[in-house]
Design a protein around this ligand. Structure first.
Ligand SMILES: Cc1cc2nc3c(=O)[nH]c(=O)nc-3n(C[C@H](O)[C@H](O)[C@H](O)COP(=O)(O)O)c2cc1C
Length: 360
């Protein structure tokens, strides 16, 4: 894919200190190797052999749905681009007829609260009608962290074109033709609800004016009052905020710094995980993301009290490289690494994983 798009996904905000810290801090956590423990009950799963690796599919967000089919609770982003689009952590027109009709298990819906509250309410009503099993409310994006690389690459609203960007795209004819052949190059959940949503630039402009700096806990209470199902607050990094989150009646929170794409200089997610688990872990389900690239990283987060992990770039890299099968492959690799790591740490089940597996 063109470098501009790769960088959009891969890079972080400002000096990328938090982006780096997410990885560095995870890697510093060492395991206790245990020997001669019967781990025959560990759920060792061989990598899915014979997975066909298709050529990279530039319009591939649909294929993520297939890739995540085997997994619990795939999550659909508010901004999913196409009908049928499912992201491993992340959109709702999609919700009613299209995705709901095509997904054979409960799926989550991820939402940002935007200025147009009527639109947000309509999205939530559709999420209810589509029987989404959870609403993931992302709460760390009321202002947007600046990503220098996007500016350099002209990934701005509206996009800027330069000679180097032209050559960047011209050198990826397969990707460009795939995108041009794609049926839809806009955001499915916004289509039909906003004027001019078939124009990606107009859409980008609309989105960029919709982030709401007034957002506060009362808005979460409002969402809670109109969403009857499981509510997950994503983007919490501070104990005081976690304690506030408990009061909202949300069932879960995600310890997350948006993959180092928002507040640069914020701690890594793994650094704050234990204190948040200590403070509210008995009252809420604690989930984790930020820097997870391997099963070892999943094990580290579980050992420090997370109940589950989410991945961003790890599956996006798989998608970029090999399309839908690449997403499945990325998830298989991580699952397999987790199983092997469990075995080498003398652990048979996920439930047994706690800080005893760590050499700290
Ligand atoms: C390209 C890209 C797009 C993202 N879009 C969203 C989004 O729409 N909503 C959201 O809550 N988080 C979004 N995130 C953040 C991820 O949900 C997640 O918090 C982060 O990627 C985790 O870090 P990791 O990439 O190191 O796994 C995005 C991340 C990336 C890399």
């Amino acid at each position: 894919m063109p470098k501009a798009f790769f960088d959009y996904a891969d890079r972080g905000s400002y000096a990328e200190e938090t982006l780096r810290a997410n990885r560095d801090d995870l890697q510093q956590i060492k395991f206790r190797q245990r020997i001669l423990v019967d781990v025959s009950n560990a759920i060792f799963r061989p990598p899915s052999s014979g997975t066909r690796i298709a050529a990279a599919d530039p319009g591939a967000d649909r294929t993520v749905r297939h890739a995540t089919r085997r997994w619990r609770d795939p999550c659909l982003s508010r901004r999913a681009r196409r009908r049928h689009s499912l992201y491993a952590e992340h959109d709702v027109d999609l919700l009613d007829r299209d995705v709901a009709a095509n997904v054979d298990k409960p799926f989550w819906f991820q939402l940002y609260v935007m200025k147009d509250r009527g639109f947000i309410k309509a999205l939530i009503e559709r999420a209810i009608a589509a029987k989404c099993s959870a609403l993931v409310l992302t709460v760390d994006l009321q202002v947007i962290g600046q990503r220098h690389q996007d500016i350099k690459n002209g990934m701005t609203v509206p996009p800027e074109w330069s000679v180097s960007k032209f050559f960047d795209f011209a050198s990826k004819p397969g990707w460009v033709s795939g995108v041009l052949r794609g049926k839809r190059r806009t955001f499915g959940n916004l289509v039909g609800h906003l004027k001019g949503t078939d124009d990606i630039t107009a859409l980008g402009t609309w989105i960029s004016t919709q982030f709401d700096t007034t957002l506060n806990w009362k808005d979460v209470a409002w969402i809670r009052s109109i969403w009857p199902g499981k509510l997950i607050l994503k983007g919490i990094l501070d104990v005081e905020d976690a304690e506030e989150a408990v009061k909202t009646g949300a069932q879960a929170l995600v310890v997350s710094n948006h993959g180092g794409r928002q507040l640069d200089g914020a701690p890594s997610s793994i650094e704050v995980l234990p204190e948040i688990v200590d403070a509210v872990g008995s009252q809420m389900e604690i989930m984790f993301d930020g820097g997870v690239r391997s099963g070892q990283d999943v094990m580290r987060a579980l050992a420090l009290g997370a109940k589950s992990c989410m991945i961003g770039r790890a599956y996006i890299h798989g998608l970029g490289a090999f399309g839908g099968p690449g997403v499945a492959k990325a998830i298989d690799i991580i699952a397999n690494e987790l199983n092997v790591t469990m075995g080498l740490c003398g652990v048979n089940t996920i439930a047994e994983i706690d800080d005893h597996v760590l050499a700290i």
